[in-house]
Design a protein around this ligand. Sequence first.
Ligand code: UD1
Length: 419
Amino acid sequence: MEKLLIKGGNNLSGKIKCSGAKNAALPMIAATILSDEKIILKNLPYLQDITTIFELLGSMGAEILLDENMNFTISSSNLKDIEARYELVKTMRASILVLGPLLAKYGKAKIALPGGCAIGTRPVNFHLDALKQLGAEINLKNGYIEASAKKLQGNKIKFDGVTVTGTENLMMAATLAEGRTILTNVAKEPEIIDLAEMLNSMGAKISGAGSDEIIIDGVESLHRTEYVIPADRIEAGTYLAAAAVTNGNITVEGINPKRLMKVIYKLNDAGAQISHDENSISISMKKDRPRPVDVTTAPFPEFPTDMQAQFSVINAISNGTSNIYETVFENRFMHILELNRMGCDITVQGNHAVINGVPSLYGAEVMATDLRASASLILAGLCAKGETIVDRIYHIDRGYERIEEKLNYLGADITRLPS
Ligand code: UD1
């Protein structure tokens, strides 16, 4: 397995460009199933999760072409197979995103149950309950979700809990349902708005995305479109956090700061100077050590759970004590044990981490457990004294495009060690 060797202590400086957002791209690729025409997606990030969903679509019979400008043309009409097999689903829970589109377009779907993962049980009951309310018949058999429907029927649906991919699944399914669907208690993440915009550009009739209520008027069919994947707000936030822990001075380009306001406020609280325009964010961390900042994760527009691990590192080297409450996922503190091996002083009780800042961290061999946990270990390695080796970095390749290249461009010293 490949590893990253990080020589810590360098201050980051310079400019980098944000890649396309994984969490926007995944539902958009799934949405191509809804159309008989070709969909062109631009600015797709080169990531393992994107390869996985293409593999999934390809295994069903979709045609995927890449041109010289790195634009993907996806033709998902006439799929021959409507099954998402366990081998693929187990590596990426977001495979569940094909359920809604398959049901809406083909009237049936067979998807392996995602099961547990490193950051909690992450069930899909909200997706399934809501799809049933559109008239789908759903059975769980031999580890698979078997779903069918003659024609989905619009309905008023209140989600039992806020779910990002659940909201996306339902939004996609309802585009081809008969009549009006009203979704409430929905997720309001920017990626929901992105998906609604893309679907509307295909002829869907969706309003209210980004608010508490999404209204979808079903249409007969969806047509071709071209869509540019927006920048990845979590990637941007991770690089800003990397600058914060290395007394850095960097600009992340291509990102709309409105997608990251809570993170920007917290970086300010930690003592960073932030400036931004519509399409970039700059950070300068002149303070010797960050100030401690309390963080409570919650659905957008609150502080994103996907930035929690990175803020654990900012707090770990701060000049005081802070609290992090993780309210979105159970068991999302796997990075803490590894961080403590690098000299952090963090105790966890349930969903609450108490972090006593220490003056400095030291390098160690650590193991990544999930995507954002790996990011936090890299951040810790960047500010630690000596060498850090991060193992199991396949987690990071799922969600960060060329991370060591980008960080090295900013002045870091990271080498990818072959397996
Ligand atoms: C998405 C993001 C992920 C992010 C998360 C929360 C993608 C591809 N992934 O994941 O990066 O960390 O949102 O912002 O966009 N839940 C249930 N039943 C369900 C669905 C969810 O109990 O049917 C629970 C989950 O276990 C979790 C919470 O609801 O505790 C939120 O999960 P959800 O918003 O669904 O996360 P994902 O969509 O999987």
